[in-house]
Design a protein around this ligand. Structure first.
Ligand code: CP
Length: 309
């Protein structure tokens, strides 16, 4: 039987979660997804809990779905974006957070461009921390909502073949997905240009495939990642057009495969680069299901962490 409490106090990364933690998070999200289908979508679970959403990097999906999840759970919330804040006057991350905590905040949701920012804060402050993406490192709630979406489609994770395709080097989504899927017994391969595949990848027990059609014919799920130009100081491929020629996926590519592949993408999509519009919007795609599931998963994370004290 799955225990009813998480083994962690913060959600810093998938690396800290046990198989039981992941099962509990996914099972609890099923119940919250059911709540979200009701006419009255609000439950009192986090009444009297105050949550600060601190975004030092841009976000649409993660920011809005955390905010909605908190509102659905009846938490009190405050939102902070580094643009327009006193960060521009030189205030440090720790000073910013300690000032916000002085206003009596219980939980922090943090997105930050620096690898390790959430882990650093968790060692300095008493409030619970949820990592909403730290640089190129981890994005645990994205991996959880991706796993939830795959399990919803196939009924299980064990034995399902998942290809993670694209800019693996700069992707926190790739690392969190790999760690979660391996823990839960799925088979994972990565595919992309050799310049965008990190050297350490095989040490994670992952096979690398450089041929897009080979990996697409192998997998049940293609999780296609965005080319992260904002994190690329060097030129990793000649042009967006060249990338699309070798690794871009169109509906025609998907139609040619031996079996029907489920198409995923964490968003935002570079349409015409990693995915064509006709692929992104096709019957293969569960991209908007992923977004919908993000709210239930974040409700599950917030609820279980609030009850892990
Ligand atoms: N998938 C994801 O993290 O998207 P946002 O950057 O819009 O939050």
């Amino acid at each position: 039987m799955t225990p009813s409490k998480l083994s962690v106090r913060h959600l810093i990364g998938i690396k800290d979660l046990t198989e039981n933690d992941i099962d509990l998070l996914l099972e609890t999200a099923i119940q919250f997804k059911e709540v979200l289908q009701r006419p009255i979508k609000k439950v009192p679970s986090l009444r009297d809990i105050t949550i600060a959403n601190l975004f030092f990097e841009n976000s649409t999906r993660t920011k809005l779905s955390f905010e909605l999840a908190e509102k659905r759970l009846s938490a009190d919330i405050i939102n902070f974006s580094s643009s327009g804040s006193s960060v521009s006057k030189g205030e440090t991350l720790l000073d910013t957070v300690q000032n916000i905590l002085a206003m009596k905040v219980d939980m922090i949701v943090l997105r930050h461009p620096a690898v390790g920012a959430a882990s650093f804060l968790s060692k300095k402050i008493d409030a619970q921390i949820i990592n909403a993406g730290d640089g190129t490192h981890e994005h645990p709630t994205q991996a959880l909502l991706d796993a939830f979406s795959i399990k919803e489609k196939f009924g299980k994770l064990k034995g399902i073949r998942i290809a993670i395709i694209g800019d693996i080097l700069h992707s926190r989504v790739a690392l969190s997905n790999i760690l979660l899927l391996k823990k839960m017994g799925a088979e994972v391969k990565v595919c992309g240009p050799s310049t965008l595949i990190p050297k350490y990848i095989e040490s994670l027990g992952i096979k690398v495939e450089f041929n897009l059609m080979e990996v697409l014919n192998w997998c049940d799920v293609a999780n296609v990642l965005r080319i992260q130009t904002e994190r690329q100081e060097l030129q990793f491929f000649p042009s967006a057009g060249e990338y699309a020629n070798f690794f871009g996926i169109t509906k025609k590519t998907l139609d040619q495969l031996k079996k029907k592949v489920v198409l995923m993408h964490p968003g935002p999509i570079n349409r015409g680069v990693e995915l064509s519009t006709d692929a992104a919007d096709s019957e293969y795609s569960i991209i908007l299901d992923q977004v919908q599931n993000g709210v239930a998963i974040r409700m599950s994370v917030l609820y279980l962490l609030a009850n892990s004290n």
